[in-house]
Design a protein around this ligand. Sequence first.
Ligand SMILES: *Cc1c(COP(=O)(O)O)cnc(C)c1O
Length: 378
Amino acid sequence: MRDLPLHPATLAVHAGAEPDPVTGAVAPPIHLATTFKHGPAGERLAGYEYQREGNPTQDRLETALAALEGGQAALAYASGMAAMTGLLESLPNGARVLVPDDCYSGLRYLCREFLPERGIEAVAVDMTDIATVERACSGRVDLVWVETPSNPRMKVSDIVALAAMAHAHGALLACDNTFATPVLQRPLALGADVVMHSTTKYFGGHSDVLGGALVFARRDAFFDHVAHRRHITGPVMSPFNAWLTLRGCRSLPARMALHCANARRLAAALAEHPRVERVNYPGLAAHPGHEVAARQMHDFGGMLSVELQGGRERTLAVAGKLRLFTNATSLGGCESLIEHRASVEGANPVSPQNLLRVSVGLEYVDDLIADWMQALAD
Ligand SMILES: *Cc1c(COP(=O)(O)O)cnc(C)c1O
């Protein structure tokens, strides 16, 4: 399937979607079996042995994810963090990785608390500044991690430039593509070696299924190493979650189109409001990453963050007055969500106190804009 020149919207519907060969069922079955019959000497009869190693429902999802990202292989995990950990802990002892200064908070915790236990050093750099990244590449570097657009400031990093730099230093480039999804951005085609997803977000799409994935440009020895690690350490996605995620995959391109259209309208309306200091949305011409985003993304996504005038108290008041935007963490579902990131980042928050992160949902956009206008009014 992935060798045919099909549009991602077509792949999203058809990849891993062959009717069940036994029953002809058009919707895929969920295979809950933990174990599969083998021959007396362990001969595999249908390719499977034990659910943790591999199973038919997960295979369908991995086929779809690999096709959508244009990779040779994919691995599904129990969560986005399990996928991220599965990749980073596969690096050798003594490895040094560069990570973005603005990134998903789980990556920050992983780098601070757990990677050092494995003898892996993580250095935070501004991935939007190529000269800074180049300087950080002096000495050993095994992997460069990029997240673009980033959470929550929506910083945009140039994947082509970072891939060239990582490769020049013998390092891999991994990209957290959760915010963009392969519908908007395909990092492997831009030179990245591995793509990571929290499928909990846009792939699942309905705020009801946790999951993560890695997609590899090449099915090589490193892929085998990471796959073996997942098999043995066991952070696998359940078949039911794989099935739900695959279901979300089918409508991903259609949902992304509306997320993007809604976010673009809301960002423009907020950018004009006198009570708004700044709107971080790469679709706005004034955004510092707009040009790079326009080059490497098909559209600008459904996430934005907004910095309000008046500091923490006023920002929390606005968050409390919104009716259609639920105060909740996570993103990428049908319903619009908002979150005061500084309040949930623990003892030493890195997000500004006047910043709200917004996951723009699939509601009618004029209702969403009107909600913000009433919340911003006195
Ligand atoms: C949510 C998220 C993660 C972590 O994924 P989980 O599924 O919650 O473990 C990683 N990166 C980004 C950008 C995310 O939004």
